[in-house]
Design a protein around this ligand. Structure first.
Ligand code: KIV
Ligand code: ZN
Length: 515
């Protein structure tokens, strides 16, 4: 096995590009910026912010992220053609450090059936794209799409050609999630051994999870010389997703004895990042998900509990607080003042843009403290995200909600909303109190939107915890996610529905429309 003395493993996060390709996960520009800021705080080396040529909205979001982010490289994807590369180059212009990631498929099936190009044409396009990208930045990455099903000799040929053209990072994707660790490791090892000047570039891997092996394959690549891993928060991504960042990072950190490299990730930011991505995209994290699942550090069996109490390392290989579960830390209470509130937000890295927003958030905090004895960091994060998220002007506002739910009776809801300046009320029956509330809302608003997703997560533990609800609505080829948090999940649900309606009403566009 090849041992590399280089000890830095570059973390290339593609949550905002490949992750966004998860059905229904497309985000607005503001949502993308919020995630990009958090990724920067997490310490990722490269943020793939989108695919500039995909839509003007995506190009605009990449441009905005390139302006905002200072401590991570901001990258745009581009197919190997002039239009895409120029769109990517323009989008990353404001970046302190910008990268263009250009790709073309190299497998016989993709070249013949999809591109309808000969191998010679594919090499020519790749070389031309890399040369053109160099007009915008000297940081150019090339990917051989479907490398897993490409012929080794052809991969050697195209990688050799793009190195000569000036590419600095060579990415080897398992686009269809077909490989297994031992074969993927061998493939990377052979490429590094056979491609001329392979030691002058960074070798990267990008694995999909169709057979559940994306993380294992990525780590096999690292053990065989790859020094960049492309991954996403919570493993989001096309189809079954990509390698999950949190698993890759924690595997490398926990098994330093095996991996001869390390990342610059601030692992204590992993859980907050996972929660942010989950709430914005509406993709819940399964409780038994490694590292970021709610049960990842909880011990059920008596034998395990006894062992952990006696000596934590009997059953725990990582510390919950090292990945950001320091959470559930009691933060503030009913008597805390505005200053303590502001200071704790600053400690959490949350900057509210004006005194007005701060006052509104503080008002909500006081309301919450009346309902809930203990306020945790997660409660604060949910509470201010309501303030920050209100990028959609509040055309509809919840004024009053009453639900009746009784054994043997049909659930019934009465709702009053403020539409612009006019109060309106309606009542409806439903299958449950949430269904009745949504029906009452819909009878007034008549959006005609289709409900694609409804999910509830509790923000902290305990029956007085706040529930965070995500509602995904679709109308006329637009998809929006609405969020709402409250200690009463029916109210949280109504807030989430109204937040989604406001987004639909404001015509706030998702940066990269999916439909
Ligand atoms: O899966 C894939 O091959 C990709 C490339 C664009 C890198 O996402
Ligand atoms: Zn991919």
């Amino acid at each position: 096995m090849q041992q590399h003395m280089q000890d830095k493993l570059i973390i290339f996060d593609t949550t905002l590009r490949d992750g966004e390709q998860s059905p229904g996960a497309a985000m607005t520009k503001e949502e993308k910026i919020r995630i990009a800021r958090q990724l920067e705080k997490l310490g990722v080396d490269v943020i793939e912010a989108g695919f500039a040529a995909a839509s003007p909205g995506d190009a605009d979001a990449i441009h905005a992220i390139a302006k905002t982010v200072k401590n991570s490289t901001v990258c745009s994807l581009a197919r190997a053609n002039e239009r895409d590369v120029r769109a990517a180059g323009e989008a990353i212009t404001p970046a302190k450090s910008g990268r263009i990631h250009t790709f073309i498929a190299t497998s016989p099936i993709h070249m013949e059936k999809k591109l309808r190009m000969t191998p010679d044409q594919v090499v020519e396009n790749a070389v031309e794209a890399v040369k053109l990208a160099l007009e915008y930045t000297d940081n150019v990455e090339f990917s051989a799409e479907d490398a897993v099903r490409s012929e080794m000799d052809f991969l050697v040929r195209i990688f050799d050609a793009v190195i000569q053209a000036g590419a600095k990072t060579l990415n080897v994707p398992d686009t269809v999630g077909y490989s297994i660790p031992v074969l993927w490791g061998e493939r990377i090892q052979q490429l590094i051994a056979r491609v001329p000047n392979s030691d002058k570039v960074i070798w990267s891997t990008h694995c999909h999870n169709d057979l559940g092996m994306a993380v294992a394959n990525s780590l096999a690549a690292v053990m065989n010389g790859a020094r960049q891993v492309e991954c996403t928060i919570n493993g989001l991504g096309e189809r079954a997703g990509n390698a999950s960042l949190e698993e890759v990072v924690m595997a490398v950190k926990t098994r330093r004895d095996v991996f001869s490299c390390d990342t610059r990730i601030d692992t204590t930011q992993i859980v907050p990042t996972s929660k942010l991505v989950s709430s914005i995209t509406g993709y819940p994290v399964q409780p038994n998900k490694a590292v970021v699942g709610a049960n990842a550090f909880s011990h059920e069996s008596g034998i395990h509990q006894d062992g952990v109490l006696k000596h934590r390392e009997t059953y725990e290989i990582m510390r919950a607080e090292d990945v950001g579960w320091g959470a559930n830390k009691l933060t503030l209470g009913k008597l805390s003042g505005r200053n303590a509130f502001k200071t704790r937000l600053q400690e959490l890295g949350i900057v509210l843009e004006s005194e007005e927003v701060l006052n509104a958030a503080f008002g909500k905090f006081k309301e919450l403290a009346d309902k809930k004895r203990e306020i945790f960091d997660e409660d604060l994060q949910a509470l201010v995200s309501d303030e920050i998220i209100s990028e959609a002007p509040e055309h509809y506002k919840l004024v009053y909600l009453q639900v009746k739910s009784e054994t043997g009776e049909t659930p019934h809801a009465k709702v009053t909303i403020l539409e612009s300046t006019k109060e309106r009320s309606a009542e409806a029956d439903g299958g449950g109190p949430v269904d009745a509330s949504f029906k009452a809302l819909e009878s007034m608003v008549q959006s005609g939107a289709e409900l694609l997703l409804y999910s509830v997560n509790n923000i902290t533990s305990g029956t007085d915890a706040q529930g965070e609800v995500t509602v995904r609505l679709s109308k006329e080829s637009r998809i929006v996610n609405g969020l709402g948090a409250d200690t009463d999940i029916v109210i949280a649900s109504a807030k989430a529905y109204i937040n989604a309606l406001n987004k639909l009403h404001s015509k706030l566009e998702r940066a990269h429309p999916q439909v």
